[in-house]
Design a binder for this molecule. Sequence first.
Ligand SMILES: Nc1ncnc2c1ncn2[C@@H]1O[C@H](COP(=O)(O)OP(=O)(O)O)[C@@H](O)[C@H]1O
Ligand SMILES: [Mg+2]
Length: 261
Amino acid sequence: MQTQPKLKISNLHKSFSNGRSTIKVLDDINIEVGDNEFVSLVGASGCGKSTLLSIIAGLQDFEEGEVLVDGASITGPGRDRGVVFQTYTLLPWLTALQNVEFALRETGHDPKEITDVARRHLDLVKLSRFANSFPSQLSGGMKQRVAIARALSYRPKILLMDEPFGALDALTRGQMQELLMQIWQEHRLTVIFVTHDVEEAVYLSDRVFVMGLNPGRIKECIAVPFARPRQTGIQHDRGVLELQARVLKSIREETSRAEFE
Ligand SMILES: Nc1ncnc2c1ncn2[C@@H]1O[C@H](COP(=O)(O)OP(=O)(O)O)[C@@H](O)[C@H]1O
Ligand SMILES: [Mg+2]
């Protein structure tokens, strides 16, 4: 990478202890992600994907290593990083619009602009008509669209997503993938996307990081060379299927190795 990476993680180590024993969860993670790059993290359940993502978000600390955004060490959560989790994290007593406004207020946005900016971002995720609906009145996909609008509203440079479409039905998931690709392309975002769905990882990403298990580490980085914009349906092209198989094999090697240890 010639220019400075948007995100650089060096020699990152993370353990959890439960009083008596300490378990190493992340072992010497080294990753660089470029500006406007879309990367996925895949790997067996428990390999540390969510832990790594929440460290990047600044929501968890770590013992050793460095996490740099634009060359500067992170010190906690920040407006330069937006986060979307799998489960719906909207405040149930606020409308869709108010949920986005709330986040803008929290991040210190100019109060005069808050409603305008919130409306624009609901528009971006095609939810203007539901601005005054409460989360309980929205479908799963709509709730995730509000969560995306909220995460993008304060204009982060990096969008961190932890299995954001994992709880959605296949049709809605496909629509959300299209929407995300569109937003990513138009807004020059850097996306770190955690998924256990290999098809989704290959379809969306420039590169897929396969994580190893026990301890969690980066096992392999697989480049996805298919041209953009990627049409719906390419998931079934031969070259794409072959790459999916390669990613899947890499994940499986790791789970069977861990089982026999
Ligand atoms: N707060 C915590 N305390 C102790 N162990 C944890 C904690 N969070 C995660 N772990 C452990 O760390 C490992 C990685 O978890 P996680 O990052 O959630 O994996 P993934 O998202 O890849 O499924 C698992 O073994 C999990 O049990
Ligand atoms: Mg997880």
